[in-house]
Ligand binder design. Structure first.
Ligand code: SAM
Length: 330
């Protein structure tokens, strides 16, 4: 359950269905409001008896007399941070470990900052600001900051911590944990392959027992979006929304990343045929139906990738019997 749902049920329990929330122009205003209240940045107050454009508890808008006013002032609130407390413990922490900032260029540091801000937006859709922890880097995001992940882990004394690492031995299957660590690593220049492992080694050397897991899409890391905000979103979709990993990746994947994997799949599945001494690589058109449910590509992407790879798309399903027949017909 996302924090938004916790907020909706708390509001309904308190007879609040219409909220006057001036200036709240967000893609998901209820989620934002929930995250602001849980962070103590806003509360709900008794409103004036004046018709307003109100946010409804179903996420719509209606012109009506509100049941509550969202903001911050010195009046006694009717719903605030303290009402959330008992519901908050199941929500995990997302830590972005930026101790490796020195291996980054200035441009990459800017990108790191942008990705952290985007991660905060993701976190706000599921939870609230204090569940995002940035270590070893002072970002502008209104998250929690610690000098190191070690400091944070020592203070929290969690039972289960997972470090997301594309080279981890174990595969992430959507396991719940108290805390997920993502490397604050931006791969724009140089070879940073394998650098997440440095975080693991450092934590192990400092006595922290963390599980190291990689996210795979059908047994391959290609096609898994690797930006920090995307990894956070995949994890939260699995552990809060209950999606399976493949579905969570699909939701987050963009077409560019999907096309990288599509090329790999075409290369793996194309067949070689020989026509009048000329060799061709071909793939059945129906192969597109096999990938469209787990790769975010459209038919144009399929034809373009095949063409770029010099693979011909045949109009029918290409069974091995048919390939033999084509060969026999030569
Ligand atoms: C841009 S990636 C950097 C990966 C780094 N070049 C490496 O090879 O270790 C940023 C972070 O996202 C997470 N990440 C990216 N792809 C992942 C995957 N397939 N599985 C698990 N974590 C991943 C890791 O925490 C990683 O440190």
């Amino acid at each position: 359950m996302r924090l938004r749902e916790v907020f909706v049920s708390l509001a309904l329990e308190n007879g609040i269905e219409k909220i006057y929330a001036p200036g709240l122009k967000k893609p998901d205003p209820l989620a934002f409001l929930a995250s602001q209240i849980a962070s103590g940045k806003m509360s709900l107050y008794r409103p004036k008896e004046v018709r307003r454009l109100c946010l409804t508890i179903n996420g719509g808008y209606v012109e009506a007399i509100p049941d509550a006013y969202a903001g911050i002032n010195s009046e006694k609130s009717i719903l605030d941070k303290s009402d959330f407390v008992e519901y908050l413990s199941p929500f995990p922490y997302i830590v972005v470990d930026c101790k490796l900032r020195d291996i980054h260029s200035e441009k990459e540091i800017l990108s790191l900052d942008t990705q952290i801000k985007k991660t905060l937006s993701v976190v706000r859709r599921f939870m609230w600001d204090e569940r995002l922890v940035i270590t070893g880097f002072r970002s502008e995001a209104s998250a929690i900051h610690y000098p190191s992940t070690e400091d944070f882990l020592t203070e929290m004394n969690f039972e289960k911590v997972i470090l997301l690492d594309p080279n981890g031995k174990d595969v992430f299957q959507g396991e719940k944990a108290d805390c997920y660590i993502i490397g604050g690593i931006v791969d724009r220049s140089g070879d940073k392959k394998g650098t997440t492992e440095l975080i693991y080694r450092r934590l192990a050397e400092n006595g922290f027992d963390v599980e190291r897991k990689r996210i795979l899409l059908r047994n391959d890391v290609v096609g898994v979006p690797d930006r920090i905000n995307h990894i956070a979103e995949i994890v939260l979709k699995c552990v809060i929304d209950g999606l399976n990993v493949e579905r969570a990746i699909y939701d987050v994947q963009n077409r560019k990343i999907a096309r990288w994997r599509l090329r790999k799949e075409i290369a793996k599945n194309a067949k070689r045929i020989k026509v009048s001494d000329r060799k061709f690589r071909v793939i059945g058109k129906s192969f597109f139906d096999e990938v469209r449910n787990w790769l975010k590509v459209n038919e144009d992407d399929f034809y373009k990738c095949a063409r770029d790879m010099g693979v011909m798309v045949l109009g029918e399903t290409l069974t091995s019997a048919k390939v033999l027949k084509i060969r026999g017909d030569l």
